[in-house]
Design a protein around this ligand. Structure first.
Ligand SMILES: [Zn+2]
Length: 246
């Protein structure tokens, strides 16, 4: 056994037992235990961690702990560029494709509204979510920290907020997504791209009054729905503004 001390920063403290929060705590570690093993044993999923310092030096998840090590663990940074310091994984957590777990259907639709490719199906089992994350390089979105502790999951985000709009704002802030949003580019139902539809082609596919009043239409080739900039669209535009903090 060796003894090392651990200090977690910012929102990583939410994952810790109250007695361990916002202070340095000493822990006995098995011989050969790694940073990842001990961080997860204390309750923090590795996907939430972007930077680990041991005795002031950036290390990876596989660093074995030694007697007297001082371990500082930092969350994914919102805006500070720490790329030169990063050792924990090959790419930073800035991919913007997602797979949402079965409880996050509302969040999935809001992300699609903002134009972020988000797989969601309330029949997806955890194993399927993990498989999609790896095969399609998607960030796992969940409120289940056990799912994020699975070894195969390298990119994930734990959502602290409970309701979809707040979850979406949390994610936009954390991954700095506002600049890369492309609102109204994806079908909310299918996650498929929307494409412009000529008015002539929209005739017969929308109510006559709509065809008379509107000029611009888009359609989803997956489900065949046709959308136009009516009152529902205007409400959605307001939601987009709120989500992106505009
Ligand atoms: Zn569709």
């Amino acid at each position: 056994m060796v003894c090392a001390s651990f200090r977690f920063y910012e929102e990583l403290n939410d994952f810790l037992a109250p007695a361990l929060r916002f202070r340095s705590v000493a822990r006995r570690c098995a011989e050969g235990a790694t940073t990842k093993h001990m961080i997860e044993a204390l309750g923090v999923p590795h996907t939430e961690v972007e930077l680990i310092l041991v005795n002031g030096e950036s290390v990876g998840f596989d660093r074995p702990l030694c007697e007297g090590d001082r371990v500082s663990v930092y969350p994914v940074f919102e805006s500070l560029d720490i790329t030169p310091l990063l050792r924990v994984r090959a790419q930073p957590l800035r991919e913007t494709r997602f797979v949402a777990d079965a409880h996050l259907g509302g969040l999935a639709r809001l992300l699609r509204l903002l134009g972020f490719d988000t797989r969601f199906d309330n029949h997806f089992a955890d194993a399927e979510i993990v498989r999609l994350s790896v095969a399609e390089r998607r960030i796992v979105l969940t409120r289940d920290r056990e799912l994020l502790k699975r070894r195969e999951v390298t990119h994930g985000c734990y959502l602290h907020a409970l309701v979809p709009q707040a979850q979406c704002r949390e994610l936009v802030a954390r991954l700095d997504l506002a600049g890369s949003a492309r609102p109204f580019s994806l079908c909310l139902e299918c996650n498929a791209p929307l494409r412009p539809l000529a008015r002539a082609a929209a005739l017969g596919r929308v109510p006559d009054g709509v065809a008379a009043r509107h000029r611009r239409f888009v359609t989803c080739d997956a489900c065949g729905r046709v959308f136009w900039e009516g009152s529902h669209w205007q409400r959605m535009r307001q939601v987009v503004g709120e989500l992106l903090g505009r």
